[in-house]
Design a protein around this ligand. Structure first.
Ligand code: UFG
Length: 327
């Protein structure tokens, strides 16, 4: 018997890597995506339903047709800077879009949900590393929309008997080690792909946003987690829900913070290419340092990162930008 899983946003970066892994584990990913940021060519492991999450009737119709065992809800807008300039888009897609999805689930009795949240819900944490009980005080509209969606999911679950796992990602990066998929945003704003585009000569220089932070080398620290590790965490969360596990909210990081300088050094060493940089002032809304306490993910889901050392991240991502990993 085939088990269908509805994957909203399954044509996107993390969604497509997860769809591939689901398929290799015997599930059929039913991708539901409006293709505004996702790519049709990344949907190769199950059918594509071209639809918008704001269209509750179409979502409910898709659920009635495919009878998914669970939903993995990736579809969202995810640029912090854009969320400050255009909050309307973020409240519509991330808050109303999630409500539309949950209403469709309620209508069709789909009761198991895995939700893509973010460490952006924590804002500037009072202490590091960030645990699941660190207060959630987001500092930008993107983080606020993800926090509201988490709370909505908790309320729907309590009232309508749904069950959920909330996954709070740290910095997703890297690419499928088989080379089938990669990171492909337009515009590209993320550090690692932009640095690789610079190394490949497709951007003249990388702006480095601030070298005067109170960190070891003055640049911002983030917890970079490989997209294949994130994909595996979704499959573990699915197994957990199917086995009847209680509702959970889990941080997905490595527990290790890396600075922008460390990333650039790794890229130069692995690709043997220079990354030209230009120092800029701080980017508004950037917390100085964010990294996860990975203990709970290990206890609750038996998850630990395997591909998330910086060398593997760069080695898997580089070919996607036409660069050879030489070391
Ligand atoms: N950075 C640069 N130059 C660039 C791009 C980024 O110096 O050209 C810096 C940023 O200022 C930041 C670090 O590199 O200090 C990482 O920036 P990213 O844009 O790659 O990632 P963010 O941490 O800002 O945000 C990402 C996702 C969010 C998510 C967050 C979780 O875009 O959706 O990770 O930490 F919420």
């Amino acid at each position: 018997m085939t088990i269908n899983i509805l994957v909203t946003g399954g044509a996107g970066y993390i969604g497509s890597h997860t769809a591939k892994l689901l398929s290799s584990r015997g599930f059929v990913p039913i991708v539901y995506d409006n293709l505004t940021t996702g790519h049709q060519s990344s949907v190769r492991w199950g059918p594509l339903v071209h639809g918008d999450i704001l269209d509750t009737d179409r979502l409910a119709g898709t659920m009635a047709e495919y009878e998914p065992k669970a939903v993995i809800h990736f579809a969202a807008s995810a640029y912090v800077g854009e969320s400050v300039e255009n909050p309307s888009k973020y409240y519509r897609n991330n808050v109303i879009g999630t409500q539309s999805l949950l209403d469709a689930c309620h209508r069709t009795n789909v009761g198991e949900i895995i939700f893509s949240s973010s460490c952006a819900t924590y804002g500037v944490p009072p202490v590091l590393p960030i645990t699941e009980t660190t207060p959630q005080n987001p500092i930008n509209p993107y983080g606020r929309t993800k926090l509201i969606a988490e709370q909505m999911l908790q309320d729907y679950a309590a009232a309508y008997g749904m069950r959920y796992v909330i996954l709070r990602y740290f910095n997703a990066c890297g690419a499928d080690p088989d080379g089938d998929l990669g990171e492909w945003h337009d515009p590209e704003t993320h550090l690692i792909p932009r640095a690789l585009l610079t190394a490949a000569g497709r951007i003249p220089h990388l702006p480095v946003f601030g070298n005067d932070y109170d960190t070891q080398d003055g640049t911002c620290i983030r917890d970079y987690i490989h997209v294949s590790d994130l994909a595996r965490a979704h499959v573990l969360a699915l197994d957990y829900l199917v086995r009847g596990g209680d509702d959970l909210a889990v941080n997905l990081g490595t527990g290790r913070g890396s600075s922008i300088r460390q990333i650039l050094e790794t890229i130069s060493r692995i690709t043997e290419r220079h990354v030209a940089i230009k120092l800029h002032s701080r980017r508004p809304g950037d917390p100085p340092a964010l990294y996860a306490d990975p203990t709970f993910a290990q206890q609750a889901l038996r998850f630990s990162a395997e591909y998330s050392d910086l060398d593997t991240i760069v080695r898997t991502a580089a070919p996607f930008f036409g660069l050879e990993a030489r070391v």
